[in-house]
Design a binder for this molecule. Structure first.
Ligand code: GRG
Length: 297
């Protein structure tokens, strides 16, 4: 029986929440303050987009569910959460609010926040090595996909250029695309590719899925820029209007709100087209693409 989009999304989010609880050390594990801090941001209720993409891509490529995608889903959420904790630190965006709560360095202290991010990043690779120990080739492929996406040429590279564009107060179209493709799209692509790898997809299918992820990632980030400019702090769960105040490189700054909205729709349409080249039942992922283009947080 086919479930509707929201039911399916919520079912997967519930599995992810359960996985986060199961695969993280308990908050009483020594040193308790560190484990409390790891769980504090991780379990603050993000959208869980990346782990849901892992689960959805795995089901798309192997509807029989031969191999459990949950450890990989939890691993990518750990990396994503580490990047948010570090991004909020005083040496980067210096933000007070994340996922509707005081940021980790406000709720704990700067050293604990920094180390909780480090620990989440490290834990993600432990989860991949333990979760896929019985399929070593798959474990290696997943480690590679996640490490490449989170590494110096993608997530961290995008963050570095973002910070330097903000400092210099200069942003070009090419620079902005580099930042968005690497800071945001890399992890969205990686989530889909990891799911496809778990589902045993061949290289053509993996590349088509990666391509859809790239467009989805761009559209997601343009919407993030739009929501920062138009949303309210209570709804988006982080400080609204911060990009404009800090002179951040965004699509809204470069093109204005109306053109940014058009560009988000164009990126979303490109993702739709890319889903058309992917084999299997892509209805959930297409619906998710549309849903993310209309999102309010
Ligand atoms: C510190 C290496 C390092 C990287 C930081 C994630 C990040 C890069 C910066 C956060 C600010 C930002 C706008 C990043 C772009 C990616 C993005 C939109 C992150 C927020 O993802 P959501 O909206 O967050 O999925 P939730 O909380 O719902 O998981």
């Amino acid at each position: 029986m086919s479930m509707d989009f929201t039911t399916k999304f919520n079912t997967w989010v519930a599995q992810v929440e359960e996985g986060l609880d199961r695969y993280l050390p308990s908050s009483s594990t020594r040193p308790a303050r560190l484990h409390e801090a790891m769980r504090y941001t991780l379990q603050a209720g993000g959208k869980r987009l990346r782990p849901v993409l892992v689960l959805a891509a795995a089901e798309l490529c192997d509807p029989t569910g031969g191999c459990d995608p949950l450890p990989a889903a939890v691993a990518i959420e750990c990396v994503h959460t580490y990047s948010l904790i570090h991004d909020d630190l005083p040496c980067m965006d210096n933000d007070d609010l994340r996922r509707g709560r005081p940021t980790a360095h406000r709720a704990f202290d700067e050293a604990t926040a920094l180390l909780s991010g480090d620990a989440l990043l490290t834990h993600s690779f432990l989860l991949l090595s333990l979760g896929y120990a019985s399929t070593p080739n798959l474990a290696t492929a997943l480690v590679r996909t996640l490490a490449e996406a989170a590494g110096s040429e993608r997530l961290i590279g995008g963050q570095v250029e973002d910070l330097s564009a903000e400092k210099q107060g200069v942003v070009t179209e090419e620079g902005l695309k580099y930042i968005h493709l690497n800071k945001t799209a890399a992890m969205i692509e990686a989530a889909l590719v990891m799911g496809a790898q778990i589902g045993g997809a061949g290289s053509a299918q993996v590349e088509n899925i990666r391509e859809a992820g790239r467009h989805l990632g761009l559209s997601f980030q343009i919407l993030d820029d739009i929501l920062d400019a138009t949303g309210d702090t209570a709804t988006i769960g982080k400080t609204a209007g911060k990009d404009a105040r800090s002179g951040k490189a965004t699509y809204v700054r470069l093109h204005g709100l109306d053109r940014a909205r058009e560009l988000a729709c164009e990126a979303s349409a490109a993702a739709e087209l890319a889903w058309g080249r992917v084999e299997g039942d892509t209805s959930f992922l297409r619906a998710l693409t549309r849903h993310l283009t209309d999102r309010k947080k």
